[in-house]
Design a protein around this ligand. Structure first.
Ligand SMILES: Nc1ncnc2c1ncn2[C@@H]1O[C@H](COP(=O)(O)OP(=O)(O)OP(=O)(O)O)[C@@H](O)[C@H]1O
Ligand SMILES: [Mg+2]
Length: 329
């Protein structure tokens, strides 16, 4: 973790990494829940699905002051690992916790927009207009979602044309950062859903962002390409954006019942012991269902394990973000 830009006041920051185990929001009957958490009677000494003691991630208090949005890119050049699903549902969970959240669809596939019930093909204005320098007010492009406190900057296939036009621009890597600058004070968190590539759009997202979340599917080859991704993050940090930090690696589509998924997760944790989130998102058919429904799981199936997973991730992310950098602990 680098510079602390937390909107949370210092006196209420949870001491991440030194917290006592046991989360009152979890069942307390000594069983393995759908997210692979081993629950011990009494709630103490829980071992999480990553094999580490599970800290408590308290519900964050309301923000005392409103500052500048913390911007996080959801990034992995591997396709179908849960970037869009995590952007929608983490965003919805953050909004539930009172964080004004903007989701940026930065993939010409427009899956984030579709997943929030918006048909991007009929929109007059999208993120494309902001990038190509047209006289567009970002306020006219942002659309509210059904979730209070959650807005969307939609995108569609036009974005791929913008990528080609950008190639010849001066300062092309900073285009998204410039486009978002005027709304950063309107939000507490901005999540950018990247496309599955390490091309110019993704580099723009990394240049705009304060942090990156890397979703990884708990499947064979989960780690394939991660070294290249981390190398790209390092290069962007060195050359374009010194603020950029790795917020964490998120294991997705985890099925605690299969030995295979448990082995994959163990390997990921072995390779990245400090970076992997304690929260793991389990595999459930409820997520594809939410895409069809066009809404987050937190409203589609509010009491499901999937909704609980993303709420837990939101709490962990806020606790991590609020904690002092590892080096100064
Ligand atoms: N935890 C989960 N359990 C089951 N299915 C999931 C889960 N997370 C995502 N999915 C499904 O997996 C597919 C890929 O997910 P998603 O679109 O979020 O990945 P992505 O990384 O954004 O893909 P792309 O690289 O194409 O943008 C979708 O059909 C989604 O509904
Ligand atoms: Mg996607």
């Amino acid at each position: 973790m680098t510079a602390d830009t937390s909107p949370m006041p210092a006196q209420v920051r949870p001491p991440y990494g030194r917290m006592t185990v046991g989360d009152p929001a979890l069942p307390d009957d000594g069983r393995l829940d759908g997210a692979g958490v081993v629950h011990s009677p009494g709630g103490a000494g829980e071992i999480g699905p990553t094999g580490r003691p599970l800290p408590a991630f308290p519900v964050p208090p309301p923000l005392a002051t409103q500052g500048v949005a913390w911007m996080v890119a959801m990034c992995n050049q591997k396709g179908g690992v849960g970037k869009t699903t995590s952007t929608i549902n983490l965003g919805a969970a953050l909004a539930e916790y009172g964080r004004r959240t903007l989701l940026v669809d930065f993939d010409p596939q427009g899956a984030l927009s579709v997943g929030l019930g918006i048909n991007p093909m009929v929109l007059e204005r999208t993120v494309h207009d902001l990038l190509i320098g047209a006289e567009t007010d970002i306020g006219e492009v942002i659309v509210p979602t059904q979730v209070e406190g959650l807005d969307l900057l939609p995108s569609n296939i036009d974005l791929s044309a913008a990528e080609m036009l950008l190639v010849t621009e001066v300062g092309r890597e900073h285009t998204l950062a410039r486009a978002l600058a005027s709304v950063r004070s309107d939000y507490d968190v901005i999540l950018i859903d990247c496309q599955p590539s390490l091309g110019l759009l993704t580099v723009n997202a990394l240049t705009a962002a304060d942090a990156v979340i890397v979703p990884l599917e708990c499947e064979y080859f989960a780690l394939r390409g991660v070294a290249l991704l981390l190398d790209t993050i390092d290069k962007v940090r060195d050359r374009l954006n010194s603020r950029l930090e790795l917020a964490g690696i998120l294991a997705t589509m985890y099925d605690a019942r299969t030995l295979h998924a448990r082995e994959v997760l163990a390997r990921v944790v072995e390779r990245f012991p400090d970076e992997v989130f304690h929260t793991v998102i389990n595999r459930t058919v409820r997520f594809p269902e939410t895409t069809v429904a066009g809404e987050p799981i937190t409203t589609y199936a509010p009491t499901s394990v999937g909704a609980d997973g993303y709420r837990r991730l939101a709490r962990e992310l806020m606790a991590r973000h609020a904690a002092p950098p590892v080096a100064s602990r």
